[in-house]
Design a binder for this molecule. Sequence first.
Ligand code: C2E
Ligand code: CA
Ligand code: CA
Ligand code: CA
Length: 374
Amino acid sequence: NDTFGHAAGDRLLRAVAERLRAFASSDVHLARLAGDEFAVLATGRAARDRHTLAVLASDIVEAIASPFAIDSMRLSIGVSIGIAVAPQNGSLEILRRADLALYRTKSEGRGGYCFYEAEMDERIEARRALSTDLRGALDRNEFLLHFQPIVTTDGRVVCFETLVRWRHPTRGFVSPAEFIPLAEETGIIIPMGEWILRQACTIATEWPSDISVAVNLSPIQFRHSDLPLLVRSALRDSGLAAPRLELEITESVFLEATPAIKATLAELREMGVSLSLDDFGTGYSSLSYLRRLAFNKIKIDQSFVKDLPHEQSGAAIVRAIIDLATSLKMTVIAEGVETEAQRRCLLNLGCHELQGYLFSRPVPAKEAEALASR
Ligand code: C2E
Ligand code: CA
Ligand code: CA
Ligand code: CA
């Protein structure tokens, strides 16, 4: 709708419905569920076995996949299908299961279809159990912080990025890539984020005063807490000077930069803390726009670094980002630097600071302190 207008969007949906209708028979029933979601109920011979259902699904995918002509545009759309077989007790359970299967198809990202499996419910159950554990983890002192150095072009440590770790009593270390999204969904990220920030500031006061500390902020912390108040209090209580604190924020926060978000950013900048844009290049914002939002640094996402120096287009993108950021007087950090070849390539492209396994993995506070005073 955003791209083509509502009228064209409606006509496209109607055209999709028209193609679906061709599948209707005494054994195949169709309904529009909501928005762009349709239900296909197969009974009798149409639901004889998995194979018959799979054939029906792939025929539907194929039928919808050929381009539509709407308002003299040729439009192609992707189709994702979830298939569930009615359990013995029937009921609405079939829709819930089909929905779970649909999510799986979508999350695999290529369209097509997949069948509901009991394992999908088990995964949901496992997530539920983990989020119950997560709720008590802060009180039980199960979180700890690791720090990964960020170095200048001549190898000097200028900053450490704070990376949280969860030592689960039975599962061992759980990756933040797994529990941060859970903490965000459940709101636990708010008290957890506060603990991380205060702890990181306190630990950083042990380092030489020319080394700063970077702390990741979740978009949720931006929207649902008084961030400037928290930051001010963390700085005051730890005694860390504001310029030694860098806050890392991902691009996604700014796709919907409201006046409130802009005001928060401005307030943080006035306090003298530094703002870094994390995972740059994975979203859709323009650099000049971000400059207006007062960022000091950008971190080029590791996915761009990974293909250096072999990938020509990758190097071109990295060069463009570095050139523009430099002209806007922003510092550019490349993350995920693993090889000497990548390091050399990034230095040639004019990158200012580097971070990655080539220099050090994230390490416990004690080891960070040793690296800091080397
Ligand atoms: P991120 O902010 O992009 O953090 C960088 C991730 O890349 C870290 O993974 C780090 O260990 C990893 N990394 C560093 N150097 C290399 C390298 O050379 N090669 C490769 N392959 N990876 C490297 P980690 O610690 O698992 O954290 C994953 C994500 O979890 C972070 O991505 C961040 O989004 C989130 N996260 C971690 N700690 C916190 C936190 O304290 N607060 C919040 N809100 N999010 C956090
Ligand atoms: Ca949809
Ligand atoms: Ca980060
Ligand atoms: Ca990152």
